[in-house]
Design a protein around this ligand. Structure first.
Ligand code: KIV
Length: 281
Protein backbone atom coordinates (compact mmCIF):
# COMPACT_ATOMS: atom_id res chain seq x y z
CA UNK A 1 0.00 0.00 0.00
CA UNK A 2 1.30 3.52 -0.87
CA UNK A 3 1.67 5.72 2.17
CA UNK A 4 0.96 9.45 1.79
CA UNK A 5 4.18 11.44 1.30
CA UNK A 6 3.68 13.85 4.14
CA UNK A 7 1.00 13.53 6.75
CA UNK A 8 2.38 15.30 9.80
CA UNK A 9 0.98 18.71 8.93
CA UNK A 10 -2.41 17.52 7.63
CA UNK A 11 -5.08 18.71 10.05
CA UNK A 12 -7.02 15.86 11.61
CA UNK A 13 -9.63 15.66 14.32
CA UNK A 14 -7.04 14.41 16.87
CA UNK A 15 -4.66 17.22 15.83
CA UNK A 16 -7.40 19.80 16.52
CA UNK A 17 -7.89 18.26 19.96
CA UNK A 18 -4.11 18.44 20.42
CA UNK A 19 -4.25 22.17 19.69
CA UNK A 20 -6.87 22.69 22.39
CA UNK A 21 -4.83 20.58 24.83
CA UNK A 22 -1.71 22.66 24.10
CA UNK A 23 -3.75 25.90 24.18
CA UNK A 24 -2.92 26.68 20.55
CA UNK A 25 -5.66 28.64 18.80
CA UNK A 26 -7.51 27.02 15.90
CA UNK A 27 -8.01 29.06 12.73
CA UNK A 28 -11.16 28.41 10.70
CA UNK A 29 -12.76 30.18 7.73
CA UNK A 30 -15.55 29.44 5.31
CA UNK A 31 -14.93 28.80 1.61
CA UNK A 32 -17.34 27.92 -1.16
CA UNK A 33 -15.16 27.60 -4.27
CA UNK A 34 -11.84 26.31 -5.60
CA UNK A 35 -9.77 29.53 -5.81
CA UNK A 36 -10.62 30.86 -2.36
CA UNK A 37 -10.16 27.41 -0.78
CA UNK A 38 -6.70 27.25 -2.41
CA UNK A 39 -5.76 30.60 -0.85
CA UNK A 40 -7.03 29.56 2.59
CA UNK A 41 -5.25 26.21 2.53
CA UNK A 42 -1.96 27.70 1.34
CA UNK A 43 -2.24 30.37 4.05
CA UNK A 44 -2.34 27.62 6.69
CA UNK A 45 -5.97 27.84 7.84
CA UNK A 46 -6.76 24.74 9.96
CA UNK A 47 -10.48 24.28 9.17
CA UNK A 48 -12.21 25.16 5.90
CA UNK A 49 -15.94 25.15 6.54
CA UNK A 50 -18.23 24.96 3.53
CA UNK A 51 -20.97 26.76 5.42
CA UNK A 52 -24.58 26.88 4.32
CA UNK A 53 -23.99 30.64 4.58
CA UNK A 54 -23.10 30.13 0.92
CA UNK A 55 -26.84 30.46 0.31
CA UNK A 56 -26.69 34.12 1.34
CA UNK A 57 -23.08 34.91 0.44
CA UNK A 58 -22.75 33.42 -3.05
CA UNK A 59 -26.23 32.30 -4.13
CA UNK A 60 -28.17 35.42 -3.14
CA UNK A 61 -30.84 33.77 -0.97
CA UNK A 62 -32.40 35.83 1.82
CA UNK A 63 -31.40 33.27 4.46
CA UNK A 64 -29.96 29.75 4.62
CA UNK A 65 -33.28 27.89 4.55
CA UNK A 66 -33.48 27.30 0.76
CA UNK A 67 -29.99 25.75 0.50
CA UNK A 68 -30.17 22.18 -0.81
CA UNK A 69 -27.97 19.12 -0.33
CA UNK A 70 -27.04 19.21 -4.02
CA UNK A 71 -25.87 22.83 -3.73
CA UNK A 72 -23.79 21.95 -0.66
CA UNK A 73 -22.24 18.92 -2.37
CA UNK A 74 -21.44 20.94 -5.51
CA UNK A 75 -19.58 23.63 -3.54
CA UNK A 76 -17.92 21.18 -1.14
CA UNK A 77 -16.50 19.23 -4.09
CA UNK A 78 -14.91 22.41 -5.47
CA UNK A 79 -13.40 23.26 -2.07
CA UNK A 80 -12.10 19.72 -1.48
CA UNK A 81 -10.31 19.72 -4.84
CA UNK A 82 -8.25 22.68 -3.63
CA UNK A 83 -7.53 21.72 -0.03
CA UNK A 84 -4.53 19.52 0.82
CA UNK A 85 -3.91 20.31 4.49
CA UNK A 86 -6.94 21.79 6.23
CA UNK A 87 -9.89 19.83 7.57
CA UNK A 88 -12.82 20.37 5.16
CA UNK A 89 -16.20 20.36 6.91
CA UNK A 90 -19.51 20.30 5.03
CA UNK A 91 -22.46 22.07 6.63
CA UNK A 92 -25.68 20.02 6.74
CA UNK A 93 -28.36 22.29 5.20
CA UNK A 94 -31.87 22.80 6.55
CA UNK A 95 -34.02 19.65 6.26
CA UNK A 96 -31.10 17.35 5.50
CA UNK A 97 -31.16 16.05 9.10
CA UNK A 98 -34.77 16.65 10.14
CA UNK A 99 -36.45 13.48 8.92
CA UNK A 100 -35.35 9.90 9.56
CA UNK A 101 -32.03 8.64 10.93
CA UNK A 102 -31.53 6.76 7.67
CA UNK A 103 -31.94 9.91 5.55
CA UNK A 104 -29.71 11.91 7.90
CA UNK A 105 -26.88 9.40 7.61
CA UNK A 106 -27.39 9.11 3.84
CA UNK A 107 -27.11 12.90 3.49
CA UNK A 108 -24.15 13.24 5.85
CA UNK A 109 -22.24 10.42 4.16
CA UNK A 110 -22.55 12.19 0.79
CA UNK A 111 -20.26 14.93 2.14
CA UNK A 112 -17.59 12.29 2.84
CA UNK A 113 -18.13 9.88 -0.07
CA UNK A 114 -18.96 12.30 -2.92
CA UNK A 115 -17.63 15.67 -1.87
CA UNK A 116 -14.32 14.86 -0.15
CA UNK A 117 -15.17 16.50 3.20
CA UNK A 118 -13.81 14.83 6.33
CA UNK A 119 -16.58 15.93 8.70
CA UNK A 120 -20.01 17.57 8.79
CA UNK A 121 -21.52 20.32 10.90
CA UNK A 122 -25.03 20.28 12.33
CA UNK A 123 -26.93 23.16 13.96
CA UNK A 124 -28.84 22.69 17.21
CA UNK A 125 -28.98 20.28 20.13
CA UNK A 126 -32.59 19.12 20.63
CA UNK A 127 -32.92 15.61 22.11
CA UNK A 128 -33.86 14.21 18.72
CA UNK A 129 -30.92 15.94 17.05
CA UNK A 130 -28.53 14.58 19.69
CA UNK A 131 -29.71 11.07 18.80
CA UNK A 132 -29.10 11.74 15.11
CA UNK A 133 -25.63 13.13 15.86
CA UNK A 134 -24.77 10.01 17.88
CA UNK A 135 -25.99 7.85 14.97
CA UNK A 136 -23.78 9.78 12.50
CA UNK A 137 -20.77 9.43 14.79
CA UNK A 138 -21.50 5.70 15.10
CA UNK A 139 -21.52 5.58 11.28
CA UNK A 140 -17.93 6.99 11.31
CA UNK A 141 -19.05 10.49 10.29
CA UNK A 142 -17.26 13.08 12.44
CA UNK A 143 -19.69 15.81 13.51
CA UNK A 144 -19.12 19.40 14.61
CA UNK A 145 -21.91 20.93 16.72
CA UNK A 146 -23.25 24.48 16.53
CA UNK A 147 -25.08 26.34 19.31
CA UNK A 148 -25.92 29.92 20.24
CA UNK A 149 -27.34 31.68 17.21
CA UNK A 150 -28.37 28.94 14.78
CA UNK A 151 -29.35 30.65 11.52
CA UNK A 152 -31.51 27.72 10.35
CA UNK A 153 -33.87 28.61 13.25
CA UNK A 154 -34.50 32.06 11.73
CA UNK A 155 -38.28 31.58 11.50
CA UNK A 156 -38.44 30.64 15.21
CA UNK A 157 -36.11 33.45 16.26
CA UNK A 158 -37.56 36.16 14.02
CA UNK A 159 -34.19 37.83 13.53
CA UNK A 160 -30.48 37.21 14.03
CA UNK A 161 -29.42 38.41 17.49
CA UNK A 162 -27.03 37.58 20.31
CA UNK A 163 -28.11 34.46 22.22
CA UNK A 164 -27.49 33.63 25.88
CA UNK A 165 -27.92 37.19 27.14
CA UNK A 166 -30.16 36.14 30.05
CA UNK A 167 -29.49 33.45 32.65
CA UNK A 168 -32.02 30.91 31.37
CA UNK A 169 -30.82 31.12 27.80
CA UNK A 170 -27.16 30.99 28.91
CA UNK A 171 -27.81 27.90 31.09
CA UNK A 172 -29.57 26.18 28.18
CA UNK A 173 -26.67 26.91 25.78
CA UNK A 174 -24.08 25.48 28.24
CA UNK A 175 -26.28 22.43 28.74
CA UNK A 176 -26.68 21.99 24.98
CA UNK A 177 -22.92 22.24 24.43
CA UNK A 178 -22.31 19.56 27.11
CA UNK A 179 -24.93 17.28 25.56
CA UNK A 180 -23.33 17.72 22.14
CA UNK A 181 -20.00 16.63 23.58
CA UNK A 182 -21.68 13.59 25.16
CA UNK A 183 -23.27 12.77 21.80
CA UNK A 184 -19.76 12.60 20.30
CA UNK A 185 -19.08 15.88 18.45
CA UNK A 186 -15.39 16.68 17.96
CA UNK A 187 -15.85 20.48 18.27
CA UNK A 188 -18.60 23.02 18.84
CA UNK A 189 -19.24 26.31 17.04
CA UNK A 190 -20.44 29.07 19.40
CA UNK A 191 -22.20 31.74 17.38
CA UNK A 192 -23.15 35.19 18.72
CA UNK A 193 -22.95 34.55 22.45
CA UNK A 194 -21.47 36.81 25.17
CA UNK A 195 -17.77 36.45 25.92
CA UNK A 196 -18.26 35.11 29.48
CA UNK A 197 -20.62 32.40 28.33
CA UNK A 198 -18.24 31.33 25.54
CA UNK A 199 -15.39 31.29 28.07
CA UNK A 200 -17.38 29.13 30.50
CA UNK A 201 -18.31 26.64 27.76
CA UNK A 202 -14.71 26.52 26.52
CA UNK A 203 -13.52 25.67 30.06
CA UNK A 204 -16.24 23.06 30.57
CA UNK A 205 -15.81 21.16 27.31
CA UNK A 206 -12.95 18.80 26.57
CA UNK A 207 -13.45 19.30 22.81
CA UNK A 208 -12.51 22.61 21.12
CA UNK A 209 -14.92 25.52 20.82
CA UNK A 210 -14.78 27.67 17.68
CA UNK A 211 -16.31 31.11 18.09
CA UNK A 212 -17.97 33.49 15.68
CA UNK A 213 -19.16 36.60 17.46
CA UNK A 214 -18.31 34.86 20.75
CA UNK A 215 -15.25 36.82 21.88
CA UNK A 216 -11.64 35.82 22.39
CA UNK A 217 -11.99 33.04 24.97
CA UNK A 218 -12.88 30.25 22.52
CA UNK A 219 -10.29 27.68 21.39
CA UNK A 220 -10.54 28.96 17.82
CA UNK A 221 -12.26 31.49 15.60
CA UNK A 222 -14.22 31.26 12.37
CA UNK A 223 -15.42 34.01 10.03
CA UNK A 224 -17.17 34.05 6.69
CA UNK A 225 -14.35 34.51 4.15
CA UNK A 226 -16.29 37.12 2.13
CA UNK A 227 -16.83 39.21 5.29
CA UNK A 228 -13.12 39.05 6.16
CA UNK A 229 -11.97 40.27 2.73
CA UNK A 230 -14.76 42.82 2.20
CA UNK A 231 -16.61 40.99 -0.57
CA UNK A 232 -20.05 40.72 1.06
CA UNK A 233 -21.66 44.14 0.80
CA UNK A 234 -21.28 47.09 3.14
CA UNK A 235 -23.37 45.86 6.09
CA UNK A 236 -21.78 43.39 8.44
CA UNK A 237 -22.24 42.32 12.06
CA UNK A 238 -20.16 43.92 14.86
CA UNK A 239 -18.05 40.77 15.25
CA UNK A 240 -16.66 40.93 11.69
CA UNK A 241 -13.22 42.43 11.23
CA UNK A 242 -12.54 43.48 7.64
CA UNK A 243 -8.95 42.77 6.68
CA UNK A 244 -9.30 43.94 3.07
CA UNK A 245 -11.67 45.77 0.73
CA UNK A 246 -11.71 43.37 -2.18
CA UNK A 247 -15.06 44.72 -3.37
CA UNK A 248 -13.52 48.14 -4.16
CA UNK A 249 -10.53 46.56 -5.90
CA UNK A 250 -12.81 44.46 -8.12
CA UNK A 251 -15.21 47.35 -8.79
CA UNK A 252 -12.29 49.58 -9.85
CA UNK A 253 -10.87 46.87 -12.13
CA UNK A 254 -14.26 46.37 -13.83
CA UNK A 255 -14.78 50.14 -14.29
CA UNK A 256 -11.33 50.47 -15.86
CA UNK A 257 -11.90 47.46 -18.14
CA UNK A 258 -15.24 48.86 -19.34
CA UNK A 259 -13.66 52.25 -19.98
CA UNK A 260 -10.76 50.77 -21.97
CA UNK A 261 -13.06 48.56 -24.06
CA UNK A 262 -15.27 51.55 -24.89
CA UNK A 263 -12.27 53.71 -25.82
CA UNK A 264 -10.58 50.97 -27.87
CA UNK A 265 -7.60 50.86 -25.52
CA UNK A 266 -8.10 47.16 -24.71
CA UNK A 267 -7.09 44.83 -26.27
CA UNK A 268 -3.79 46.34 -27.43
CA UNK A 269 -0.86 44.73 -29.28
CA UNK A 270 0.43 42.96 -26.19
CA UNK A 271 -2.89 41.13 -25.69
CA UNK A 272 -3.43 40.17 -29.36
CA UNK A 273 -2.32 37.04 -31.26
CA UNK A 274 -0.45 37.31 -34.59
CA UNK A 275 0.66 34.49 -36.88
CA UNK A 276 4.23 33.49 -36.04
CA UNK A 277 6.68 35.49 -38.22
CA UNK A 278 9.02 33.11 -40.09
CA UNK A 279 12.70 33.51 -39.16
CA UNK A 280 14.85 34.60 -42.14
CA UNK A 281 17.16 31.84 -43.35
O1 KIV B 1 -22.75 28.60 7.53
C1 KIV B 1 -21.74 29.08 8.06
O2 KIV B 1 -20.89 29.71 7.41
C2 KIV B 1 -21.56 28.88 9.48
C3 KIV B 1 -20.45 29.64 10.15
C4 KIV B 1 -20.71 31.08 10.14
C5 KIV B 1 -20.17 29.12 11.49
O3 KIV B 1 -22.29 28.16 10.07
Amino acid sequence: MNMPEKTESVVTIPSLQGKKDRRERIVALTAYDFPSALILDRAGVDIVLVGDSLGMVVLGYENTIPVTMDEMIHHTKAVSRAVKRALVIGDMPYFSFHQTEELTIANASRFLKEAGARAVKVEGASDRRLGLIAAMVEAEIPVMGHVGLTPQSIHHLGHFRVRGGDEDEARKIIEDARKLEQAGVFAVILECVPEDLAGAITKTLRVPTIGIGAGPLCDGQVLVFHDLVGFSGDDHPKFVKRYADVQSVIRQAVIQYADEVRKGIFPDESHTYHPQKKAKS
